[in-house]
Design a protein. Structure first.
Lengths: 293, 653
């Protein structure tokens, strides 16, 4: 990595809830994403991975720490600055059904990132929308249809087209393939990789599935209860996890191989049942590694 | 695209709505040009004809002073409509404006607007109006402005509530991230969602305002007497009601018809304005097919005539030769959703066709496939609960019964007692208002006939069996107090309450984290082993199949395409779809890089190709694949595949 990273998060702390009953969801997370790089953020529900995304995008107030985009501190950016930022940073949600307004045509949703941009007239907008649709493998006339007429995979393509229509430099995707079927999931994973190769955006990729993250990411950051427990080269973390939590996470994923999957399940079953609602897999917070990337 | 016209056509297609529109147009015409409707002057007194019924000279009769009722109605329409318009505009502008602001901005604005709405709501409308008309006698505009303001409190509340829920939608967050300003978001995303709501509310306001206006005139606060008004006409008629009751009919009917028309038109306009996006095509088709409830046990043709069954005729139910080791035996199960007459000649959509499936005692069978392939419909149909009034054909032998033809009494002995069901979302099977223990005890008592105390003990045993460390505590909790994994354990305890022989589990771990998933899978494996419980596991996750199942049945586009022991499935998949799925699984891919994919998507029911349904996506497909349906061929004692070229090893690249 040369120069300053596209996205830099320093010691991010996010408390959710009202003052008295606030819970610390993100607890001192640092990470960076360079241009053209994909960083996978992995963890179970409650690990704080989505909250980090929301904090980066300004959808959740930050309690402490800093978020820098291209060297500019946007931690507490106001409405106006955020709107200007939308040229550079875009998000794709997990749920392709509720992230598109069912009452608006695809073209109306796709054009939104361009609406407040200077020097983009309506004719140019139409061209850009058609290009964006083409890029994600959809016909241009999709712009005249409603979201209800598309399947989940197609909608996720549309959401991707909306995110990329304004050529952002940083793309944040929150579980973009978790709601999709297997054959479609592989298509979208490949599409994300192709688009990055073509457009060169930095990509913060949030997922719970280590195998998917390994496929798409250059680097991987494993979160547990709001803290980074392991970070490093994606392939290395996947193959040789050093933290017990990463290992437990990997062991829990059933692999499509009857012999290995059964052995793993049997090993899992021998563990004592969980004590409470939150998972405790022998992670001692004091023992957490805070790797530098 | 000519959208408003399309909406208008849709709206006018209903006869009642058409009548309502025609009536309102007539009223409007009267308001604009009453002289076109009647040649008479409304204040012209034809005293000899006073208090007359309908006649050639006076089509609707006359009043006390011999004034023509038709003429007075026609000339009164303008004032009436104007009043309604003023009230509707006031209520809508104030209601939508304040409701939007309160709902979207929240905080102080919300609190202030809320108090204002409460205040408006609590003011006695009629008293306020009487004060207003006393101050401004005969001024309809000011009276209706006031009334519209009073009525806006209802609109403020509903618009605020709808805005609040819309504000939380993901697409609002997406619009914000796209850099839209708040006014842009309100105009582009929130207002379109409110359209239907506002139309209906406005039509109600119109109806109420009309009645209120007539009431005011009736009370003597309308326009001064010689001037015609509908309310004034009713007041006139009241004075002569004993001598000449007819006089009440024309104005009364006019008011009633107009009110009715407003409401009808409002409903229709709401449907028309939202029809383009409110429902999916399938749902619309289903809705059009009407609500006739066809019982799933209606005897239906077993086999489509002309095609000989590909399998030997079904043997006698359980116990028959060859089926000694089969608990559930599904043969040629098809599910057809009713089609609507509006959709042309097609009688219905087949969503599952000719599924064969066996589950032995204690065996775990995975039903694998992507969404839209019919695996959930198959599972629910085995339980006799096909979605959307689906019709079943074929047979489904379980414990000496053909479930496809079972009646309600027989189902009571099967569902819950002999076949348990676990849904993907455990919360749907738990009543949020009852403690877990109470619900479970109810199920136990119903299925086993145990008394209160033994049932309670059994509940605790069940909860312990499903791995809840403190069954006492868990039993006292409400469903919302459980975590996802715990709730799924409770749901499994529910399914086990009747000590069934077969458990049908529909994606039981899909909504859970991987560690929770592993726990539930381990629980299912242990339960199956200890109780000799057969499980039919619906899943899209090949890892889950590998970990848990003895055999796998792969479905594609409503058909079984491959059926074999799990070891075979992963070692020697024969169908190109199975191979493609396995190759596309990131867990299987040996190294990071491009994933092999299956091109295209699963075709929707009703759009299945005539030949091999996978042919359009298959790298091996040839002309012969597309000609005729491909049968499910046996490759060995336990392996069946629906492919004409099962030995080709080339996989989708």
């Amino acid at each position: 990595m040369s120069g300053r990273p596209l996205l830099a998060v320093h010691d991010l702390v996010v408390d959710l809830g009202r003052r008295r009953s606030a819970t610390r969801v993100v607890d001192g997370v640092s990470l960076t994403v360079a241009a053209g790089e994909t960083v996978g953020l992995v963890g179970e529900s409650g690990s704080g991975k989505s909250t980090i995304a929301r904090a980066v995008l300004g959808l959740t107030p930050v309690t402490d720490g800093r978020v820098l985009i291209d060297g500019v501190d946007v931690t507490h950016a106001g409405r106006r600055q955020r709107r200007a930022l939308s040229d550079d940073v875009q998000l794709v949600f997990q749920d392709p059904f509720s992230s598109l307004n069912p009452a608006r045509r695809i073209g109306d949703s796709l054009v939104e990132p361009l609406l407040n941009r200077r020097g983009v007239d309506p004719a140019r907008r139409r061209v850009l929308v058609a290009e964006a649709l083409h890029r994600v493998g959809l016909p241009a006339e999709s712009a005249h249809r409603y979201p209800g007429q598309f399947s989940g995979g197609q909608r996720q393509r549309i959401a991707l087209a909306r995110a990329l229509v304004g050529s952002p430099r940083l793309l944040v995707t929150d579980e973009p393939v978790s709601a999709l079927d297997l054959s479609v999931r592989a298509q979208i994973i490949n599409l994300l990789a192709d688009l990055q190769a073509e457009l060169g955006f930095g990509h913060l990729f949030i997922a719970h599935d280590l195998a998917v993250v390994r496929h798409l990411s250059h680097r991987m950051v494993v979160l547990h209860r709001g803290r980074v427990v392991e970070a490093g080269d994606a392939e290395t973390v996947y193959r040789r996890p050093t933290h017990p939590y990463t290992r437990a996470l990997l062991a829990a994923v059933p692999v499509p191989d009857p012999v290995r999957a059964r052995a793993a399940l049997a090993a899992f079953a021998r563990q004592p049942p969980p004590a409470g609602p939150a998972p405790d897999l022998g992670v001692d917070p004091a023992a957490d590694r805070h790797p530098t990337s | 695209m000519n959208r408003p016209a399309a909406v208008a056509v849709r709206v006018l297609r209903r006869p009642l709505v058409l009548l309502a529109v025609l009536w309102l147009l007539l009223v409007l015409a009267c308001a604009l040009h009453p002289e076109l409707v009647t040649g008479r002057d409304p204040v012209d007194q034809d005293l000899p004809a006073a208090l007359g019924g309908p006649s050639a000279a006076h089509p609707l009769g006359t009043d006390r002073l011999g004034q023509d009722l038709l003429s007075r109605l026609a000339y009164g329409a303008a004032g009436t409509l104007w009043g309604v318009l003023v009230a509707v505009l006031t209520a809508t502008v104030v209601g939508v404006g304040l409701g939007l602001l309160a709902g979207y901005l929240g905080g102080v604005v919300d609190a202030l607007v809320g108090r204002l709405a409460d205040l408006l709501f609590s003011l006695p409308a009629i008293v306020i109006l009487l004060v207003v008309v006393a101050v401004f006698p005969g001024d309809v505009t000011i009276a209706m402005l006031t009334f519209g303001l009073l009525l806006s409190s209802g609109l403020i509340r509903v618009v605020r509530a709808a805005t609040r829920s819309t504000r939380e939608e993901l697409f609002i967050a997406a619009a914000r991230l796209a850099g839209l300003s708040t006014p842009q978001i309100l105009r582009r995303h929130v207002l379109p969602r409110l359209r239907g709501l506002v139309i209906v509310q406005a039509s109600l306001v119109a109806a109420i305002a009309l009645v209120m206006q007539a009431s005011l005139a009736f009370l003597g606060f309308g326009p001064p007497p010689p001037e015609p008004s509908w309310g004034g006409m009713i007041d006139e008629a009241r004075m002569v009601i004993v001598r000449h009751p007819w006089a009440l009919v024309p104005p009364g009917l006019a008011v009633a018809l107009t009110v009715l028309s407003f409401v009808l038109l409002g409903d229709a306009a709401r449907d028309g304005a939202t029809a383009a996006w409110a429902t999916t095509k399938l749902a619309r088709r289903r809705r059009r097919s009407g609500r006739r409830r066809t019982h799933p046990t209606v005897p239906a043709p077993r086999h489509p005539t002309g095609s000989a069954p590909a399998h030997p005729v079904e043997p006698a139910p359980a116990g028959g030769p060859g089926h000694a080791d089969t608990l559930l035996s599904v043969r040629r199960l098809s599910v057809q959703l009713p089609g609507g007459p509006a959709r042309g000649a097609r009688t219905g959509t087949t969503v599952v066709s000719d599924v064969d499936l066996d589950v032995g005692p204690g065996e775990i069978v995975g039903l694998v496939g992507e969404s839209g392939c019919g695996k959930t419909v198959t599972a629910l149909s085995i339980l006799g609960l096909p979605p959307g009034d689906g019709q079943l054909t074929g047979s489904c032998h379980f414990a000496g019964l053909d479930l496809v033809r079972a009646d309600d009494r027989q189902w009571r002995t099967v569902r819950g007692r002999r076949i348990g069901y676990v849904a993907q979302d455990p919360m749907v099977s738990l009543d949020p208002t009852l403690r877990v223990g109470v619900q479970l005890a109810e199920a136990v008592r119903r299925h086993t006939g145990l008394g209160r105390r033994p049932a309670r003990a059994r509940v605790l045993t069940l909860l312990r069996d499903v791995g809840l460390p403190e069954p006492d505590t868990a039993a006292r909790r409400y469903p919302h107090q459980l975590s996802g994994g715990m709730a799924q354990r409770v749901a499994i305890a529910f399914a086990l309450a009747g000590d069934p022989e077969l458990l049908i589990a529909d994606e039981p771990t899909t909504a859970l984290d991987v560690t929770r998933q592993a726990e539930i899978l381990a629980l299912l494996a242990r339960t199956s082993r200890e109780r000799r419980l057969a499980v039919l596991l619906v899943t899209h996750d090949l890892g889950v199949v590998a970990a848990l199942c003895d055999r796998a049945v792969v479905m594609y586009a409503g058909q079984v395409v491959e059926s074999c022991p799990v070891t075979e499935l992963f070692a020697r998949p024969r169908h190109p779809y199975t191979r493609g799925l396995l190759a596309a699984d990131p867990h299987r891919a040996s190294r990071a890089g491009r994933l092999p994919t299956i091109t295209g998507t699963v075709p929707a029911p009703g759009q299945w190709p005539t030949g091999c349904r996978f042919a359009p996506r298959c790298p091996l497909a040839t002309e012969s694949c597309r000609h005729a349906p491909v049968p499910l061929d046996r490759l060995g004692p336990a392996h069946a595949v629906r492919c004409v070229r099962p030995d080709e090893d080339r996989v989708a690249a």
